[in-house]
Design a protein around this ligand. Sequence first.
Ligand code: PLP
Length: 519
Amino acid sequence: MEIQQLEFLKHILQFKRHVYLDHNATTPVSGHVRRKMNQVLKNHFGNPSSFYGSGRKSAELIEQARQQVASAIHARPSEVYFTGCATESNNAVLKSVSARFYPEKRKIVSTPIEHPSVMSMLAYLETQGVMVEYCPVDGQGRVLLAELEQRVDDDTFLVCCMLANNETGALQDLLAVARVARRHGALVLADCVQALGKIPVDVHAWGVDYASFSAHKLYGPKGVGALYVKQDRHIAPWQIGGHQEGGLRAGTESLHNIVGFGAACQEVNQLLGHAQQTLPLKRQLMQRLKEIKPDCVFNSPEADEHCLPNTLSVTFPGVDNAGLMGMLDYRGIAVSAGSACSTGEATPSHVLKAIGLSDQSARETIRISLGRTTSARDIRYIAQVIQDYLEDRMPLVNMLTSAQLNERLLFDDGMFILDVRPPDDRKKHKGLPNSHEVSPVAVERYLGQLPRDKRILVYCPGGGLSLMVSYYLKAKGFKQVFNLRGGLDGWRQRRGDLYQKYAGQGVTVLQPDVPDGPR
Ligand code: PLP
């Protein structure tokens, strides 16, 4: 076989490989969970509120799942409520407890590293008059207990502190946090979403009053969460209608998802074993990364007892994370820049900033989160791809800065401008002049319309998503692909004059080559 053919074969094989290292974003549904869910979808359609046999069977399945979840978190079944997701669980507690205690007491104390489902609700509550104080964390993302002591006082009705951070894996001492809160008669909400299935969870032992969970983080289905409410603690209905979930969350239950969550919880002990097995793999990866780039910085806590075993946040000084992630994606590896929700946004992660990283360092950081099928081979593969990238052994996407994108380039006939922004961003801001809008999640449906003899400039709101698309186009043989660094947001800020003058002119909405439907 000729060298060229060998190279081609290598290229094909590289693209065949898929390595998923973003288990903190979500996990694949386990075989056991899928089987249980399929049984429900096939055999049990009765409405759990109906009195006849099939309804009663469905109600029984829900109670069984409730027991399974309760057992996994060490609670009583009567303390577990099913929700649509952990975001809902967090929102429900924050709203309900604020409505009950404010304005007799005025303050919530939280941390600056909470998930957006908490942070955004806290910001909303502030607009309603609630005082929110954020207790600082140390450089490893651990709550400074002495600072917490200073902030929690008799005016505090809630302390809201996550157990495990989704971006860095940092763990908090919930027992100590709850002790501080109790001393002042404050309640505690603990977001335990990332912990369940990775470290032991015991809500009773910690003495927290509320806790949130989500099935899709532990190999269960998406669209179902749980809320733990300690017996006799206040909680008001957050969805009003029928009597489901003790009258707190009206609406016919998502039976198959709830059963799926229960089934995922049945596997928790097994998952804890798997999670421990990811620790030596994470250590290997850290060692390799240090060899490849000695100045890389690990943002996850050093000590095993202070960090989720599967999570590694790493900063590569001088390396834009969007480019690195795009390249990893190009080679079949999924990692993320921060929480899944904020990927693609231009703003750097609030978690990384809270632990002391500059905006620049935050933009040079990726999160790698291992899962139960991660192998030593996967670790070697990602290390190799990172090394190839850092040593410039990869096909390059050209980067265009906001300053470089001037009138001449905008109206250059040899430049084809591709808009891969999500629809909501298109509603908010006009696009670059002469751009061509495609669906950002189905770029492959438009390939026939993209000119191979022109330079293609790809842009999105923040510059991350477009970079992934740029690498995809490179993989599809497009020779000259450019990515707008900082995206439209950056360009609007830097070149407000050009935006005002030209944005939205001559925009074409492309129709897919391949119509929608099963692929
Ligand atoms: N809390 C944390 C720490 C998370 O990581 C997530 C999801 O990423 C959530 C809450 C929200 O969970 P859900 O996707 O079920 O709304």
